[in-house]
Design a protein around this ligand. Sequence first.
Ligand SMILES: Cc1cc2nc3c(=O)[nH]c(=O)nc-3n(C[C@H](O)[C@H](O)[C@H](O)COP(=O)(O)OP(=O)(O)OC[C@H]3O[C@@H](n4cnc5c(N)ncnc54)[C@H](O)[C@@H]3O)c2cc1C
Length: 409
Amino acid sequence: MASGSLQKPILIAGGGIGGLSTAIALARHGIATRILEARETFSEAGAGIQIGPNGTHVLKELGVADQLRPLAGSPSAINVMNAREGTRLTTLPLGNWIEERHGGPYWVLHRRDLHAALLKAATACEHIEITTRFEVRDVKDDGDGVHVGNAQGVQISGAGLIGADGIWSRIRQCVFDAPPLQPSGKLAARAVMPGQDIDTLFSGNKIGVWLSPNSHIVHYPVRGGRDIAVVLIVPDTGHQPNGAGFNANWNTPRGADQLLRRLGPVAPQLIDFLQIVPSWRSWTLYDPPVLSDWSKGRVTLLGDAAHPMLPFLAQGAVMALEDAVVIANLIAQEPANLPDAFHKFAAMRVKRTSRVQAESRRNGQIYHLGPLPAQARNLTMKVIPPRRLMHRYDWLYGWRERGDYERSS
Ligand SMILES: Cc1cc2nc3c(=O)[nH]c(=O)nc-3n(C[C@H](O)[C@H](O)[C@H](O)COP(=O)(O)OP(=O)(O)OC[C@H]3O[C@@H](n4cnc5c(N)ncnc54)[C@H](O)[C@@H]3O)c2cc1C
């Protein structure tokens, strides 16, 4: 088996979606890893997550799709709404249509369910060791292996290091010359609430996206429709830093009134819906750096550490899932030459992930257009057939790790 060529396990900093899925993908090739997670317990905060067909395909490959299927929703469509007028601009097909087109479903999940399924699979794997309460602070690559240390001076060595330590990546800071994150001028707020007794416009089996100048709202059912996940993005006037590192705060309680004031004028049914959300948690969104390379010697990055992105395309976690299978396949091909596998990994992924970063930013600009340009956008959405609008994302959802299925748009 491939692991025979590695004297020590590969270290993975971070046990989030990227770190766990990478460890599982490597274990399927018989390659041993040790995950070093800063937190004491894994408590994924209450939030929803959308996983497009390019991501559900990876979940199947990792062997966790069967466990997740009963917990996942498969929305039939995305209703794109004019938030000011409360009118529908277009209905984009998902459900069977997208599954047939791209060979995998479009899922909506509670984030905790996704993380728990990955953690269960990783914990059951003999090739994966998980160490919690280990915050990687420093990294040394001596050419034959890597040595990481924490604040208490404990050192752990491995054959190589994969930094899957999220948007505030310490590994990115230690090893790569990346510019610091800058506040994006937007604030995100999220909630998960019971789905009973809520207008079917908000509780049906569809994703709702409501567009307003400088703001938007997304909602979708999770846990088989029992709950509804809501995300609200509004201007960030009095920017308060989230803090950095693994304990960056994305849990600031925020009153509905304060959020609605930032949202500006919207349709009464949307206000009624947002006001019944029992509690909001908010955090500042940061402008992601775009790295042209993220591998050096025996150290590489993946997921948000390598290519953090604004959440306007719902693809950050999906990119981490894609990374996981790509890097595992490359390491399995040449386990004795990690620097080469890491170098190929970054070279193979940078074009796609920077395109997704750029498209995500562009989507945010389109969502948040001011009143006049928004009229042109709304007209375009109304006249272009919905399937044609979705074909523009074939390059995204049609991805396969071996590159043998990528439709061009
Ligand atoms: C509002 C919003 C909505 C989103 N919606 C979607 C969506 O619908 N679909 C989607 O695909 N993506 C979505 N995303 C993006 C997604 O959440 C991230 O891209 C994804 O979580 C990245 O996974 P990761 O494993 O790279 O990082 P993380 O999930 O951040 O995991 C990093 C892990 O590393 C640990 N850690 C940090 N520092 C250290 C250290 N020094 N040493 C050891 N451990 C450390 C942390 O504790 C954490 O467990 C959304 C993001 C936002 C903000």
